[in-house]
Design a protein around this ligand. Structure first.
Ligand SMILES: [Fe+2]
Length: 505
C-alpha cells in the first residue's frame, strides 16, 4: 500500500517537474536542479512559473534557487484580487513605528519632466517625423533589452534572412482579412512589412493592436517571402515589482481630479464637506500634497450645448472661482494643478501648464505643471496624465471599456505610451521628443477624465483614476456615462498604503 502511495507521489512529482520544465523551456529559460526542486515543492508552482514567464524584462537566462525564492516572495506579497486591491478603509492613526528606525524621507516636491517651457513644435510634417522617430527609437531600445527579442534585426534584414525573424516595428495599419485573420503593416526607420496574425491566435492578442504603437514581432516569412506569419508579439511593458516599500516619508498625497468649476453640475456641497474634513480630521492633518490631474474648470465650447450647463460663462471667471476655492485649502498643503481637455491651454498633447493670466490668480502654494507630468514627491515617482486618450483606447481595443479605467491605464503601461494613436480624439502636438512615452517607471500613475474612482495595481505600480466633482451632465446622460464623483483617493507616501475618502453624501 505504502509502496503504491510513494509510487503515486513520485509520479505526481515527476509530472509536475515535467510541466514546470516544459513551460519554462518553451520560454527559453534554463533551470538549475535546485531551482526545479524548490519550484515543484512550492504550493502554487504553476502560478510562480507564470510569474517568471511574464517577467519579460528581468527574468534570468538560467533560473537559480535564489531566483525562485525571490519570485515566490513576490507571489506571497502580491495583493489580493481586484476587489481587495482598493483599500477603502482609512487608517485612523498613522503607524508609530514609522518615525523610528526608518530611512530618512526625501523631502519636498520636484517636477521631473513636462513640456512646459520646452515646446518647439511649429506643426509641420518634419516635426511629426521627428516625433514618431523619437517614439520608435525610445521604445525599440526598451524592446531590444527583452530576451525574447535577442537577435533582433531590422525589417529590411529580416526580409533578406527570411527564416525565423525577430524585429521591431511601428503599427502603420490594422485590418481584418476576409478569412477573419488580422493583417498588420509594420514599419521601422527604413522599410515596412505585412504581418499576419491568425484568427486562432490567443484572444489576448486579437483586437489588441492599435495604430502607431511599437511592438516586437517573432515570426517567419510565408513561402512567397511576402508576409510574416506572426508566432508571438512582445510589448515593451514595465518590469514586475512587488510595490512600494517603506521609504520613511511621512506625508499623504490626495488626488482630486476633474473639478469642473463653472459647471452647473459642480458639486459645491460635496466640496464643502471635503474642505471641512481637511480642516479637522486627524488623518487629513497629514495630507501635505493635493495633485489635480486636469479639467480644473468646465471651460467653454468644449461640447455641443455646453453653454446650457454653465453656471459661470467666462472661463477666467471660472478660474477666479477655482482660486477662491483653492485658497480655502489649509495652508500646509501644496497643490499641483495640471490642465485637461476642458482647460484654457492648447488641446494638443503634451499640454503645457496654464498661462500667466490664469496662474497669477493663485497663491504660491500652487505649482502649475503640464500634461502629462512626472514628479517626485517625497521620494515617490508619480506620473500624472489627464487621460484624454482613454477615449481612443476604448474605441480601438476590444477588451477595454470606460467601466474599467484601471485596465486602460495598465494597457498604457504595457505599451509604455499614454496616447499612441494619431488622428483620433486625442490631438497630438508635433514636438521633437515624445513626452507621452512612459520612459520612466512610476510608483504611482494617476489619471482623471473618466470621472470614475478606481484604485488598483499593475506590476507593483499604483493605478489611480481620481473621480470628479461634477454630477452627471446631460451630455454624459446621452452617452450613458455614469460618473462616480466626490471621492478622493489618497496614498500614504511612506507606506504606499492607499484608500478612498467619500464626500458624495
Ligand atoms: Fe472631466
Amino acid at each position: 500500500m505504502l509502496e503504491k502511495i510513494f509510487k503515486d507521489v513520485r509520479a505526481r512529482i515527476r509530472g509536475m517537474k515535467n510541466r514546470v520544465l516544459g513551460a519554462l523551456t518553451e520560454k527559453g529559460i534554463l533551470v538549475e536542479p535546485d531551482a526545479l526542486n524548490a519550484l515543484v515543492q512550492a504550493p502554487d508552482a504553476m502560478r510562480c512559473v507564470q510569474l517568471i514567464s511574464d517577467d519579460h524584462e528581468n527574468r534570468p537566462l538560467i533560473l537559480t534557487r535564489t531566483d525562485v525564492e525571490s519570485y515566490l516572495e513576490c507571489l506571497s506579497t502580491e495583493r489580493p484580487p481586484k476587489a481587495g486591491k482598493k483599500t477603502v478603509e482609512r487608517p485612523v492613526t498613522r503607524s508609530p513605528e514609522k518615525a523610528a528606525g526608518q530611512p530618512s524621507p526625501a523631502s519636498g516636491m520636484r517636477i521631473l519632466k513636462d513640456i512646459t517651457g520646452d515646446s518647439t513644435c511649429v506643426g509641420n510634417v518634419i516635426d511629426f517625423a521627428k516625433l514618431f522617430n523619437d517614439r520608435f527609437v525610445t521604445l525599440k531600445k526598451m524592446l531590444a533589452k527583452r530576451r525574447e527579442l535577442s537577435g533582433l534585426v531590422s525589417i529590411a534584414r529580416a526580409k533578406r534572412v527570411q527564416r525565423d525573424v525577430r524585429f521591431v516595428g511601428m503599427v502603420n495599419d490594422v485590418r481584418s482579412t476576409k478569412q477573419g485573420h488580422t493583417m498588420l503593416e509594420l514599419e521601422d526607420e527604413e522599410d515596412k512589412v505585412q504581418v499576419l496574425v491568425m484568427k486562432t491566435a490567443p484572444r489576448v492578442l486579437l483586437g489588441s493592436f492599435i495604430k502607431d504603437e511599437v511592438v516586437g514581432v517573432i515570426g517567419s516569412f510565408s513561402k512567397d517571402g511576402e508576409i510574416v506569419l506572426a508566432k508571438d508579439f512582445v510589448r515593451p511593458d514595465v518590469p514586475l515589482n512587488s510595490g512600494m516599500v517603506q521609504n520613511g516619508a511621512d506625508s499623504i498625497v490626495a488626488f482630486v481630479s476633474d473639478i469642473h468649476v463653472g459647471s452647473t453640475e459642480f458639486m459645491e456641497d460635496a466640496w464643502e464637506r471635503f474642505m471641512a474634513w481637511l480642516a479637522k480630521d486627524p488623518v487629513a492633518k497629514e495630507i501635505r500634497y493635493i495633485v489635480m490631474p486636469g479639467d480644473l474648470v468646465d471651460g467653454i465650447g468644449i461640447y455641443p450645448g455646453q453653454e446650457d450647463e454653465l453656471a459661470i460663462e467666462d472661463v477666467y471667471d471660472q478660474y477666479n472661482e477655482l482660486a477662491r476655492l483653492a485658497a480655502k485649502i489649509p495652508e500646509r498643503i501644496k497643490i499641483v494643478m495640471m490642465p485637461g481637455n476642458h482647460d484654457a491651454v492648447r488641446l494638443a498633447e503634451p499640454q503645457p501648464a496654464l498661462p500667466k493670466e490664469v496662474t497669477s490668480m493663485f497663491d504660491s502654494r500652487v505649482t502649475f505643471v503640464g500634461n502629462p507630468c512626472y514628479m517626485d514627491i517625497e521620494g515617490r515617482i508619480i506620473l500624472a496624465y489627464h487621460g484624454r486618450s482613454m477615449d481612443d483606447f476604448v474605441a480601438n481595443v476590444r477588451s477595454l471599456s470606460y467601466r474599467e479605467p484601471e485596465k486602460i491605464m495598465a494597457d498604457m503601461l504595457r505599451r509604455r505610451h499614454m496616447a499612441p494613436i494619431y488622428g483620433e480624439k486625442t490631438a497630438i502636438a508635433p514636438e521633437q521628443k515624445d513626452y507621452l512615452v512612459i520612459d520612466r517607471v512610476p510608483e504611482i500613475f494617476v489619471t482623471g477624465h473618466i470621472h470614475a474612482c478606481k484604485v488598483d495595481e499593475y506590476r507593483g505600480i499604483k493605478l489611480i483614476n481620481a473621480s470628479a466633482w461634477q454630477s452627471q451632465t446631460a451630455f454624459q446622460r446621452m452617452h450613458n456615462q455614469i460618473p462616480d464623483p466626490a471621492k478622493v483617493p489618497m496614498v500614504d507616501l511612506g507606506s504606499g498604503e492607499s484608500w478612498v475618502e467619500d464626500f458624495s453624501s
